[in-house]
Design a protein around this ligand. Structure first.
Ligand SMILES: O=c1[nH]cnc2c1ncn2[C@@H]1O[C@H](COP(=O)(O)OP(=O)(O)O)[C@@H](O)[C@H]1O
Length: 197
């Protein structure tokens, strides 16, 4: 049986409220630039965590206290000093919820696209202002979404996916980027050629 089972958020917050809950989020932006002649397509924000795994911003939340999205916004302030007056996750940004019964853990996942300029501002502010910078968050990472014209067209993305990911972050990445249309469908299909979901 799959360790991370998809579950509705309503069920997770009622039947499994007593489990540990964590909420993480994907921020993405269209990127019209090129690197070595290849279109970058878009950027997605992930981070190198304190344990050497790659994950999204977010963390443990307490559903007894408030809605997961409020806990998520708080975690974003701690980890990347997110300016909530400019970017804030809302309930509508919810994408997926998974449960791991072995660890009594529920993982809530959110995502949204923002303008590239704002994405860059968030990165800079994180280094300068975030409380957890250098502790929980060792660095922000832009997921490479460019394609080569020929040959092993998605080799950058495939190489990126060989890293160690926290929890189900890799699955969240692959599913989430489709749900919020981070890149056009034809680019998505090419990026995923030969990749196991
Ligand atoms: O990006 C992610 N996606 C899915 N699960 C994650 C991600 N990052 C961490 N996790 C998992 O979520 C749980 C709590 O995460 P985290 O370590 O971020 O919380 P904390 O910062 O409040 O201690 C851990 O089980 C971890 O493996």
């Amino acid at each position: 049986m799959e360790k991370f089972e998809e579950i509705s958020q309503t069920e997770a917050l009622s039947k499994y409220k007593h489990y540990k809950h964590a909420a993480h989020a994907m921020l993405a932006a269209d990127d019209p630039g090129t690197t070595f002649g290849c279109k970058r397509n878009a950027v997605i924000m992930m981070q190198m965590r304190f344990d050497g795994c790659i994950g999204f911003v977010g963390g443990l939340i307490d559903p007894e206290d408030d809605n997961p999205v409020d806990g998520l916004n708080r975690e974003c302030v701690e980890e990347i000093a997110l300016d909530l007056d400019k970017v804030k996750f809302e309930k509508e940004n919810f994408l997926l919820c998974h449960i791991v019964h072995d660890y009594k853990l529920v993982l809530h996942f959110y995502g949204k696209k923002i303008p590239l300029k704002l994405f860059y501002e968030i990165e800079k502010r994180a280094v300068l202002e975030a409380e957890e910078w250098g502790n929980e968050t060792l660095g922000l990472i832009r997921v490479p979404l460019s394609l080569f014209e020929q040959g092993d067209i998605n080799k950058r993305f495939k190489a990126f996916l060989k890293h160690n990911f926290a929890g189900n972050a890799k699955r969240q990445l692959l599913t989430g980027m489709k749900m919020i249309n981070v890149v056009p469908e034809d680019v998505y299909n090419k990026l995923l050629q030969g990749v196991d979901i």
